[in-house]
Design a protein. Structure first.
Ligand code: HEC
Length: 130
């Protein structure tokens, strides 16, 4: 094989790699920690589990999201006009990096376009958890 052909193949593989989701780590964590309740497609479950896909809550309560993932939520909340009141358990073993990855997945999957969370933003939010 001529050397330049090898280069072409390497370039093709490199480009194919770029097409994969940039939020792979967050997706894997989401499937392991969150999808039981919020479902793989982020639609939630009826009146019990609020949706994450298209959820206005993600935008309105952006600064609270890291604390919710780590410490859970036991409140009455309104998501897209629907009231939810079941309890969500937190995952206190998550690191700030893992929370950043999950939030970047959730906020940019299923048609969501809520921008990117930086590690610094997540760390700052975590300092405010009650
Ligand atoms: C055992 C079920 C369960 C698991 C697991 C769970 N949640 Fe929740 N989640 C809920 C419930 C129930 C609520 C509503 C809590 C309330 O009303 O106080 C909620 C609320 C939320 C909210 C705010 C409301 C909304 O829909 O935007 C977000 C964001 C969220 N969860 C994300 C996550 C993420 C990310 C994970 C994984 C780290 C996760 N949840 C794991 C049940 C769960």
């Amino acid at each position: 094989m001529r050397p330049y052909l090898l280069f072409v193949f390497v370039a093709i593989f490199a480009l194919a790699g770029c097409e994969q989701s940039p939020y792979r780590d967050g997706e894997a964590l989401y499937k392991a920690q969150c999808a039981n309740c919020h479902m793989d497609d982020g639609r939630g479950l009826g009146a019990l589990m609020p949706p994450l896909a298209g959820a206005d809550y993600l935008k309105k309560e952006r600064a609270q999201l890291p604390c919710i993932l780590m410490f859970g939520l036991a409140d009455t909340i309104v998501v897209n006009g629907q009231t939810y009141g079941e309890k969500m358990p937190g995952v206190p073993t998550l690191t700030a990096v893992e929370i950043t990855n999950i939030l970047n997945y959730v906020n940019n999957a299923w048609g969501n376009q809520n921008g990117v969370f930086t590690l610094e933003e997540v760390r700052k939010s975590l300092e405010t958890c009650k």
